[in-house]
Design a protein around this ligand. Structure first.
Ligand code: PLP
Length: 271
């Protein structure tokens, strides 16, 4: 990611209210500092948090996976308070996080310029994730948006080291899972596909959910070599919307700008 753009920065603490954006807020031994917590990242356009309800639903599912309660009204109120006086035009990143010790934080930050650049397209490398499918293993938190993003960040650094902007994880069976912060969508033979979400280490994305509400998206296994022969592929996430995959492990993929524009409209809630 590149340097941050200038823009509003705010921090609100659950049960406390607003504090200076860079205030130290966590107890030194808070579980969240060991990655024992979960979070949501939302795009804010103007003062509107895109797909607030879908993010609340996933936040609630993550809370259930962590065995903690979640007060939807309190988090909605924090989101409204955090975004109420943002400029009417422009974008920001809203993040909710809750540690298992109950430290709840809401932050508003500018959209990183690397994210904006990624919307134009990304070169992607495949990286081994090493995991196999393990059904009925709720302790692996496969579908929760956990704070344990050290591996995801390291994968993005490895992608950058290899001259790419993003990565796709491949599991022990050689099947493509997802990107470190996005789901995969591809098209072939006039049909739309995404890797199966259930039972695998794939986070059910709110953006993918929105796209699947408009297009018939089928779940299918795919290996990198097959993906390289697709008619187009995109990384879907709240902040980037639909970022076209321009190259996969050095192989150029077809890119249809009209399709990307249509997907982005659905993904970013502007279509
Ligand atoms: N997969 C992972 C691992 C993610 O971290 C994210 C988002 O950060 C996504 C998928 C996409 O989720 P969403 O579309 O809700 O942003």
């Amino acid at each position: 990611m590149g340097a941050q753009l200038s823009g509003p920065r705010r921090t609100l603490v659950l049960g406390v209210g607003e504090v200076p954006w860079d205030a130290p807020v966590a107890a030194a031994d808070d579980a969240g500092l060991r990655g024992d917590g979960f979070f949501e990242t939302l795009l804010v356009r103007g003062r509107h948090a895109v797909r607030l309800a879908a993010h609340l639903d996933r936040f609630e599912r993550s809370a259930a996976a962590f065995g903690v309660g979640l007060d939807r009204d309190a988090w909605t109120a924090l989101a409204v308070a955090a975004t109420a006086d943002l400029p009417a035009a422009g974008e920001a990143v809203l993040r909710w996080s809750l540690s298992r010790d109950g430290l709840g934080l809401v932050t508003v930050r500018p959209v990183p310029d690397g994210v904006r650049a990624g919307r134009r397209g990304v070169d992607v490398v495949t990286l081994a994730r090493g995991t196999a499918t393990v059904p009925d293993a709720p302790w692996l938190l496969a579908a929760a948006k956990t704070s344990s993003y050290a591996v995801n960040s390291a994968a993005l650094r490895e992608a950058a080291r290899r001259g790419a902007q993003d990565a796709l994880f491949v599991d022990a069976d050689g099947l493509v899972l997802e990107a470190p912060t996005a789901n995969l969508l591809w098209t072939a033979g006039g049909r739309w596909f995404t890797p199966p979400r259930s039972g695998r280490a794939v986070l059910p994305g709110t953006t993918l959910e929105a796209v699947a509400g408009e297009l018939n998206v089928e779940e299918a296994h795919v290996r990198p070599a097959e993906l390289a022969g697709a008619d187009g592929a995109w990384l879907l996430s709240s902040l980037r919307g639909a970022a076209p995959v321009l190259r996969l492990d050095g192989t150029a993929l077809p890119h249809d700008a009209d399709r990307t524009a249509a997907l982005r409209g659905i993904a970013l809630g502007t279509g």
